[in-house]
Write a protein that binds this ligand. Structure first.
Ligand SMILES: NC(=O)c1ccc[n+]([C@@H]2O[C@H](COP(=O)([O-])OP(=O)(O)OC[C@H]3O[C@@H](n4cnc5c(N)ncnc54)[C@H](OP(=O)(O)O)[C@@H]3O)[C@@H](O)[C@H]2O)c1
Length: 284
């Protein structure tokens, strides 16, 4: 089989894309980082940026030139990305791309049909993988509304009750993606990617309180209250519905699972939530 030499990363400046860039550049793979805005940090040697907008098909061909394999991060907050992803993959096939690795979530409810349908769309590629990632530990950092609530109000509010989630470090998801984007012997299947433990929001609050020294507590609310909160934070309505349904599924134990895909595919253990919080000091 011909070696994969050039990889295009849609969402290449995002939290998973940046790690995939570093991992693949370090392995001597040519990386094309695609996004609307230019990267804030200097790219590693062997990587270059290309302007790319999902909403502008005129940007697809230039981004895909000379590419063997694509990291597919559909437009964030779009609950029905099938149309644009189909158009993009059509251009990718015409450009000679043979592999696509799609980042998706394992907690999208069936009501978000478009987010599930895109998993089938990617199967038109000769070689494909779908990453069904669990909740990102990074949701407790930066500008994510959950992180802002922890920092400013010392609380976590969800409609997930005492349901557990197999929280995963986005860097581990990226490490899996990097491996599947370039490795020989591709298996064309879906992978549920979790961290090493399933934890409730009470567990999460206790860990953050212990490691960051913040009096964080978990406040479970109803689905209606959660929807109002997310709408107030500026999320579009269809996306709010998807998130709230995902909370309800969590409350019903749908996310209470742990897989070993990170160690199996990357050869190293997945990061635990305690390690993650310890390595990311509280932000002011
Ligand atoms: N958070 C979770 O718990 C979780 C769990 C499982 C799966 N996921 C999946 O992870 C995805 C996010 O991945 P991430 O965290 O690596 O990304 P991210 O940090 O949210 O960054 C988004 C990336 O997409 C680019 N982008 C946004 N709109 C675009 C557009 N219209 N055209 C082209 N590029 C665009 C951004 O760059 P520009 O803005 O410069 O274009 C950026 O590079 C979500 O969509 C979700 O499906 C998240």
């Amino acid at each position: 089989m011909t070696e994969i030499r050039t990889v295009l990363l849609t969402g290449g400046t995002g939290q998973t894309g940046r790690v995939v860039t570093d991992v693949l550049s370090g392995r001597g793979v040519r990386v094309v980082v695609a996004s609307r805005s230019v990267p804030k940090e200097e790219l590693p040697s062997g990587a270059r940026h290309v302007p790319f907008d999902w909403a502008d098909p005129g940007t697809y061909d230039e981004a895909l030139r000379g590419v063997d394999s694509v990291y597919l991060l559909p437009p964030p907050l779009d609950v029905d990305p099938v149309g644009v992803v189909e158009k993009f993959l059509g251009a990718a096939l015409a450009a000679g791309v043979r592999r696509a690795v799609l980042l998706n979530s394992c907690s999208f409810p069936m009501t978000a049909r478009g987010l599930h349908a895109v998993r089938l769309t990617v199967q038109q590629m000769p070689e494909w993988s779908v990453l069904l990632a669990s909740g990102f530990m990074q949701n407790f950092l930066g500008a994510h509304p959950t992180a802002v609530a922890v920092r400013e109000r010392h609380e976590i509010v969800t409609a997930a009750g005492d349901g557990r989630i197999g929280w995963v470090d986005a860097a581990d998801v990226a490490a899996v993606a990097a491996e599947l984007l370039v490795r020989d012997g591709h298996d064309s299947r879906e992978h549920v990617i979790t961290g090493p433990q399933a934890l409730s929001y009470d567990d999460i609050a206790a860990t953050i309180a212990a490691e960051w020294g913040l009096p964080v507590r978990y406040r479970p609310v109803t689905a209606t209250e959660r929807a109002a909160q997310l709408t107030g934070a500026g999320f579009p309505r269809p996306f709010v519905d998807a998130l709230v349904w995902s909370d309800v599924l969590t409350a019903n134990d749908a996310e209470d699972r742990v897989t070993r895909e990170v160690p199996r595919i990357t050869g190293r253990d997945a990061t635990s939530f305690t390690e993650f919080v310890r390595h990311h000091p509280p932000e002011r």
